[in-house]
Design a protein around this ligand. Structure first.
Ligand code: PFF
Length: 447
């Protein structure tokens, strides 16, 4: 194992920190905002089933691969791929994979921060006397105000830049340690509230009873993309964090814990939200506003709702921050290593780029709503390009790199595995199953 080699950016202070940081990256808007509305847009149970299959069969094996590449390479994803390609005597063109990953992170951050801005603005919602109609109209009012959207988007990027410029290894641990469990508790509280809405079982049925006739190429691609997005895979975020992982930590167990926590949070968010949707006569296919329209209704109806509502959106914003820093870290680490510039300069440069591109996403709900690419507004088009194309494609190449380019003895050495059944199953998956399945979904969708 790469015992003495350390990243120039530092190492996590303990094993627990990597799990926290990777979970912090994975758990974010993808679980609480995106998962429920995508499930609602794609017919509920059928989507959830394909999504869970993608997490287990494709996501988990690739996550192990990403952590391993990061820890063995001990640098930014682009340079880790470069040095591991050299170790395997192949072309340094693999650096490109890390570079496109960094670009994907930047593009994701550009619209992620617009949605994170919605969460931040909801901290000040007040959560009183909210009905289904008033909730919908306040969300629409927010979307129609370019200045508010740009303000919150800018604030979110500024905080992300501030944290990353100081160095993500500092201070992150303390925060995630206490705040993530709190977010988890409020989601549980929302589930309890959902139980007495009278539509709890309707919600559960919607989420967990698949209607197989609803599975089509689009649902498959969306579920696949969501699996990559929610686990922060396919662009190097988890790889960048792997570079800071202590050498004696078990990669397999760690990946399973992160994926399980992430999936648990997404499912609980769905369990909380759909009963509220049905009890209030809202449509599950409400789109990106789903969480922002439903949850305020619940908070305004429960005791201490102002307190819980405010706290929930504070915590959701922090969960979004612990994800956004991992979106920009692969690019920042790469710029520092290759251009030998300071962390603060690299962060401001990339933060500015994400902010600028994000302006078009913020305006795509109002001033630029007429401007569409393949029928999608700028926000949805960036989301589609990154989550449904760039991340799964990145995933295929990462799997191929681990399964076909790296030498098997290096893989075994880094994972600290014997050549047992688990290793064989995983290795088979990265070599054959994951690339083939992702390839098939692409073919199915595009042909
Ligand atoms: N996984 C994050 C979420 O679910 O909100 C989003 C994300 C972070 C996606 C980092 C990709 C990534 F590399």
């Amino acid at each position: 194992m790469s015992e003495e080699k350390r990243s120039i950016h530092g190492t996590w202070s303990s094993r627990w920190t990597f799990i926290l940081a990777a979970t912090g990256s994975a758990v974010g808007l993808g679980n609480i905002w995106k998962f429920p509305y995508m499930a609602g847009d794609n017919g509920g149970g059928a989507f959830v089933l394909v999504y869970l299959a993608c997490i287990c069969i494709i996501g988990l094996p690739i996550m192990l691969g990403e952590i391993m590449i990061g820890r063995r390479g001990r640098s930014s994803p682009a340079n880790s791929m470069k040095s591991l390609a050299a170790e395997a005597n192949t072309t340094s063109a693999w650096t490109l994979l890390g570079a496109t990953g960094a670009l994907a992170g930047l593009l994701i951050l550009s619209f992620y921060s617009v949605a994170a801005g919605w969460a931040m603005s909801y901290i000040f919602n007040g959560f009183q006397n909210i009905t289904a109609e008033s909730s919908s109209s306040s969300f629409n009012n927010l979307l129609s105000s370019p200045l508010s959207l740009i303000f919150w988007h800018s604030l979110f990027i500024a905080i992300t830049v501030f944290i990353v410029a100081r160095g993500i290894l500092k201070g992150l641990e303390k925060w995630i340690n206490t705040l993530m469990p709190m977010l988890f508790l409020i989601i549980l509280l929302l589930c309890i509230y959902a139980m007495q809405t009278g539509a709890f079982f309707e919600g559960l049925r919607y989420l967990f009873m698949p209607d197989f006739s609803k599975i089509n190429p689009q649902v498959m691609l969306e579920a696949l993309g969501q699996a990559f997005f929610t686990l922060s895979l396919g662009m190097g975020a988890i790889m960048a964090y792997g570079a800071y992982m202590p050498a004696n930590q078990n990669i397999g167990k760690t990946a399973v814990s992160v994926a399980a926590l992430d999936t648990g949070v997404a499912l609980l968010a769905g369990i909380a939200i759909f009963p509220i949707v049905f009890a209030n006569g809202l449509a599950p296919s409400e789109g990106p506003g789903l969480v922002f329209v439903t949850l305020p209704i619940a908070f305004s109806a429960m005791p201490f709702g102002i307190l819980f509502g405010t706290l929930f959106f504070v915590l959701l914003s922090i969960a979004a921050l612990s994800s956004s820093i991992s979106l920009i870290e692969p690019g920042v680490a790469w710029l520092i290593e290759s251009l030998k510039i300071k962390r603060i300069t690299a962060t401001i440069l990339l933060g500015f780029a994400a902010w600028f591109i994000g302006l078009f996403s913020a305006l795509s709900f109002n001033l630029l709503s007429e401007f569409t690419i393949l029928g999608k507004n700028f926000f949805d088009a960036t989301d589609f390009l990154t989550n449904q194309i760039m991340l799964p494609l990145g995933g295929i190449f990462i799997a191929i790199f681990v399964g076909w380019v790296m030498k098997k003895e290096h893989v075994l050495d880094e994972l600290g595995f014997q050549e047992n059944f688990i290793f064989k199953a995983w290795y088979f998956s990265v070599r054959f199953v994951a690339p083939t399945l992702v390839g098939l979904v692409f073919l199915y969708f595009f042909l």
